[in-house]
Ligand binder design. Structure first.
Ligand SMILES: Cc1ncc(COP(=O)(O)O)c(C=O)c1O
Length: 469
């Protein structure tokens, strides 16, 4: 693997050696999504530096990162000096003031975002995807209470297999039972509807004869709950952590029609799909759909800085101005870190890079190339399905193609470890569904070349070959 990293580890570790750092990590760091018992016999991954798609760990091992920072967010790749410079310059001049005030990069970034999504003219900042979704829920609930004081149009419908965040509200809107287990009770007013995964159709049907029942069923649910009680529906344009599920093209137009009929707002969670991941700037642009609210995070500043956004239509925003005599009738919400000016500077530079280097086009082209390569893997007895769009794909592993019984977590864990031992980091569905965490995820940075994709595919192929025996 040709790596040309800038520093050597010694500089970055300062006076500590790798062994001391690993010891300190084990003593004090509580890693995300990790059963720490494993560190009694193994060392944690400690990343030290990165360039392009490649990263180096504290032991000097090099990897090609096929998941853009583990959770599909370093869209423009590592080592972007220009982002670091823009952040540095902004921090020197004006690092922070609360979001009740504007600041120069916040205004410029909002202008840029509204030029990309012209139907959504209002931009609200916070600092994580979960929080961006919480803002959306609060906007929906309050705006309907202001609009219809006699109604309680406050329920939010969410899709089975979608993830919307870690806070209790966002987790209440999440359709992944293992993510939720032991964290309840959850917030009232969130109602689940079936997923849109054709490979495991909830209705046992086959596209296109299915009549897209997975979308049409939403009308039944709204009627059952009572249209006057349902305020919004939240969806990921393409389900990410739930197994890379692009719905069929008819899906969102049908959903939209149902939402319009019952005045239900559509929240599009672009936290993963936004900023080029799927081959267009935003995932929902693959469909004929017009969401009322769009949330974004991860790729917004390619995770060089924490930054999330909730964009809303002007009609929704205007509801909050309609009754200034009522002291509570405005959006009484704040996010302290939604005023960090360096994050907007990073966001602006991130979009400049994506546009100048046409990274969403590269995502579309290289994504097609990657998917073609993955389709060949369906000849392996353990590969049940591959699906994806742009540089965003999943490989669903099964014990038996007929019965579609998912492989066990232990089995997929061994495959992932084997791929990693070849120097390639891939993702997987992680404690999301009971007995169904069987999908390998790929989301390399949008700068990936054919050569990078070939290396990723070769490592996966080697492991599939080894474990198909
Ligand atoms: C689709 C989606 N929405 C929201 C979130 C939550 O984002 P965060 O972890 O920044 O709170 C995630 C995180 O993985 C996500 O995948």
């Amino acid at each position: 693997m040709a790596l040309n990293l800038r520093n050597d580890n010694e500089d970055l570790l300062c006076s500590y050696g790798p062994a001391e750092m690993i010891k300190m990590d084990k003593e004090n760091l509580w890693h995300h999504l990790t059963q720490h018992k494993v560190f009694e016999t193994a060392d944690p991954l400690i990343v030290v530096e990165g360039e392009g798609l490649r990263i180096k760990d504290i032991k000097g091992r090099e990897y090609i990162d096929a998941v853009s920072g583990g959770v599909w967010c370093v869209n423009v790749g590592y080592g972007r000096e220009s982002i670091a410079e823009e952040v540095y310059n902004q921090l020197r001049v004006m690092p922070y003031y609360a979001g009740s005030a504007g600041n120069i990069p916040a205004i410029k970034f909002a202008k840029k975002l509204t030029s990309l999504l012209p139907r959504l003219q209002k931009v609200y900042y916070s600092n994580s995807g979960s929080e961006a979704n919480e803002k959306a829920f609060k906007m929906v609930r309050q705006s309907f209470r202001l609009k219809y004081p006699d109604k309680e149009k406050i329920k939010i419908l969410y899709r089975n297999r979608d993830y919307h965040g870690t806070t209790i509200g966002a987790l209440s809107a999440t359709g992944q039972e293992e993510r939720k287990e032991e964290y309840g009770p959850f917030v009232p007013g969130f109602v689940e509807f079936p997923h849109a995964c054709c490979y495991r159709c909830h209705f046992g049907k086959t596209y296109p004869a299915c009549d897209i029942d997975c979308a049409r069923v939403v009308e039944d649910i709204i009627l059952k709950e009572g249209p006057d009680t349902v305020g919004a529906i939240i969806v990921e344009p393409i389900t990410a952590g739930g197994g890379i599920i692009p719905p069929v093209k008819e899906y969102y137009p049908i959903l939209q029609e149902i939402c319009k009929k019952y005045e239900v707002l559509m929240i599009m969670d672009e936290v993963v799909c936004g900023f080029g991941r799927t081959g267009k700037m935003f995932g929902h642009e693959h469909y004929d759909v017009d969401p009322d609210i769009v949330t974004m995070a991860k790729g917004t500043a390619s995770s060089y800085m924490p930054l999330s956004v909730t964009m809303a239509k002007a009609e929704l925003f205007d509801v909050f101005k309609s009754n200034p005599e009522d002291k509570l009738a405005y959006f009484r919400d704040i996010s302290t870190f939604g005023g960090c000016a360096g994050a907007f500077a990073a966001g602006l530079e991130n979009i400049r890079i994506i546009e100048e280097e046409k990274l969403f086009e590269n995502s579309a082209n290289m994504g097609r190339y990657m998917l073609e390569g993955l389709k060949e893997f369906t000849s392996f007895p353990i590969v049940g399905d591959v699906r994806g769009i742009g540089l965003f794909a999943g490989i669903e592993l099964v014990e038996d193609k007929e019965t579609k019984v998912p492989v066990s977590e232990e089995f997929i864990g061994k495959i992932i470890a084997d791929i990693s031992a070849q120097g390639v980091l891939v993702g997987r569905t992680n404690r999301s569904f009971k007995n169904q965490n069987n999908i390998i995820n790929l989301a390399p940075a949008l700068i990936a070349t054919k050569d990078d994709i070939d290396q990723i595919l070769q490592a996966i192929k080697n492991s599939l070959e080894k474990f198909s025996k």
